[in-house]
Ligand binder design. Structure first.
Ligand SMILES: [Zn+2]
Length: 420
């Protein structure tokens, strides 16, 4: 029965993808049947046994070298200056760990090509933004709530100090859920905690062999990059993880299912909840924060207020209860509440704001932001490093990287590239 839900969601995503060129969206799967079965296996792997494996993997060498000689960042070694300009904001979907699975010509290949970057491309993007003088700041550091002269709540820009000569950059990561229909297509399966307290990914390589790594997942790669380049994160900030709830979070199947209210499902759910808690704690300790991407990845421009209310309640019950309070909402598909959040403040926007959200993130062609004056909220657009912009928007991203240096043309589908 759960497959039906997936299918409905997938169908909705397909429609939205087709209709909205710049929208943020996970990959829509036309064939949902094979997807549910792939998920079940990972859920029962359990954090503790996986963590044991992580420690053995650790001692075998991939990570131990860097921990012996960890560079450090001394805040007193730099001159801190106020930053009042634009704070750039890039967002990523999960990165492709195995291009040979992602781009195998099945019905997911072009969607992955459109919306994702590969591990190799992601590595190069991190190095490039670092080389260009960007430093990471968490989105929660940029605006805060206060009251105006009349006593009304308003959002304002926060004082933001950064090392002189550097430029602040927000990272966010959408759909960090490890959806069953994605993981079989070349992605990692879940995040786990190793004995050293660091985050690792767990998954399977194309041959079906278990792999525990820090080199295959957007989260662990960034953690590792900051360990090696601590001045990239002067506050220790990483990024904001944008989570739905309908397939659980972070690779753990913590969701309820309307179609399966059995005791067995609930028992497994509680096991998954227990298993994800240390992962959440470790992520927070590493400087990661969390935001809502709605429970069901719903389109906020087309759903009714009642549907948005029910979805939001579910997100708080099943995701917010685990990750804690958040001010941040990332629109699924980039779709703006009530169809427009820039020029109007409609009933859905007002409802979401009343639930505690203050920073509302869409997707766009620049790191636009606007503090709304009729309600205590900020709206902002994010840029999106992915196949679409690597192929077709090289100029717009030159301040961060040159697509010519980044894009791995050899592993991606042979499709149009503007700059070739
Ligand atoms: Zn999404």
């Amino acid at each position: 029965m759960h497959r039906l839900l997936l299918f409905v969601l997938s169908a909705a995503l397909t429609v939205s993808l087709a209709g909205c060129g710049t929208a943020a969206a996970p990959i829509a799967s036309g064939s949902s049947e094979s997807s549910s079965s792939g998920a079940a296996a990972s859920g029962s792997a359990g954090a503790s046994s996986a963590a044991d494996s992580a420690s053995s993997s650790d001692s075998s060498g991939s990570q131990s070298a860097s921990s012996e000689q960890t560079p450090s960042f001394d805040p007193s070694s730099v001159n801190w200056v106020d930053w009042t300009g634009t704070v750039e904001h890039l967002f990523f979907h999960p990165v492709v760990a195995y291009p040979e699975l992602a781009f195998d010509g099945d019905n997911m290949s072009n969607g992955i090509d459109d919306w994702m970057v590969t591990v190799d491309e992601y590595d190069k993007i991190l190095q490039s933004v670092y080389d260009k003088g960007y430093v990471l700041v968490d989105i929660n550091r940029v605006w805060h709530e206060t009251t105006d002269a009349s006593g009304n709540p308003v959002m304002v820009r926060s004082e933001l100090k950064i090392p002189e000569g550097k430029k602040p950059l927000i990272f966010s990561f959408d759909d960090v859920n490890y959806y069953p229909y994605m993981i079989k297509d070349g992605f990692t399966y879940k995040l786990i905690v190793g004995d050293n307290g660091q985050i690792w990914s767990w998954g399977k390589d194309p041959q079906g062999k278990e792999v525990i790594s820090q080199d295959l997942d957007a989260v662990t790669i960034l953690d590792k990059f900051v360990r090696e380049h601590p001045d990239f994160s002067p506050y220790g900030d990483k990024g904001c993880l944008s989570l739905t709830g309908y397939e659980g979070i972070l690779g753990y199947r913590t969701m309820t299912e309307k179609e399966d209210q059995s005791a067995a499902h609930e028992a497994n759910r509680q096991k998954e909840i227990a298993a994800v808690k240390p992962v959440i704690a470790a992520l927070k300790a590493e400087g990661w924060t969390f935001g809502s991407h709605t429970w069901g990845h719903i389109n906020l421009s087309t759903h009714s207020l009642a549907a948005v209310q029910a979805d939001t309640k579910k997100w708080f019950d099943e995701v917010g209860s685990l990750v804690g309070p958040t001010d941040i909402l990332f629109y699924p598909h980039g779709a703006r509440p009530d169809g427009d959040d820039v020029n109007k403040t409609g009933p859905i926007f007002k409802y979401l704001q009343s639930q505690g959200f203050r920073v509302f993130c869409s997707v766009g062609i620049e790191s636009y932001s606007k503090i709304k004056t009729d309600i205590c909220a900020v709206i902002c657009d994010r840029l999106h490093p992915d196949g679409t912009t690597l192929r077709h928007q090289r100029d717009r991203y030159l301040k961060f990287y040159d697509a010519k240096d980044i894009m791995d043309v050899s592993v991606r589908p042979q499709r149009d590239i503007d700059w070739k």
